[in-house]
Design a protein around this ligand. Sequence first.
Ligand SMILES: NC(=O)N[C@@H](O)C(=O)O
Ligand code: NI
Length: 162
Amino acid sequence: MRRIAHHPLSAKAFAPFGEMIARRPAPDKIINQGLCERHHDLAAPDIVDGRAGISLFNATPRALPYRLDMMERHPLGSQAFLPMTLAPFLVIVAPDENGAPGCPLAFRTAPGEGVNIGRNIWHGVLTPLEAPGLFAVVDRIGPGDNLEEHWFDQPWEIIDGG
Ligand SMILES: NC(=O)N[C@@H](O)C(=O)O
Ligand code: NI
């Protein structure tokens, strides 16, 4: 089995695949009579022929080592995963190599971090590591097929990066 260690999510490392959604060191604005920090415009939905919608995903938690046998992408829209708990989750992405995923990269979020996966970027499905796996998801609502899957002949195994 081909193994990959996960690493802490960082904006820089994730930048080729989308945006990390996390509080900035300092808020962009203080609102609500000083009782709320606004961390402004952290990511932008990228939607083709449709609109952005907000859904809730309640995903089954997975354990490490995690068997990655499929990656997918959405040619018509980005997909943001915003945890509704402080539990970590795995974010697995890969560059495209001639229409298939190349070597995956695995990230583990810190509490309160989310991601906006870019349009047509190969990614693993939502992978919480603790229950409840409850997420707000911002992605495309529209006509047509927006899901392309690639099943690996030889699965990958995601292991703890230490
Ligand atoms: N298929 C679906 O709605 N979920 C996936 O897109 C995913 O990334 O989890
Ligand atoms: Ni997806």
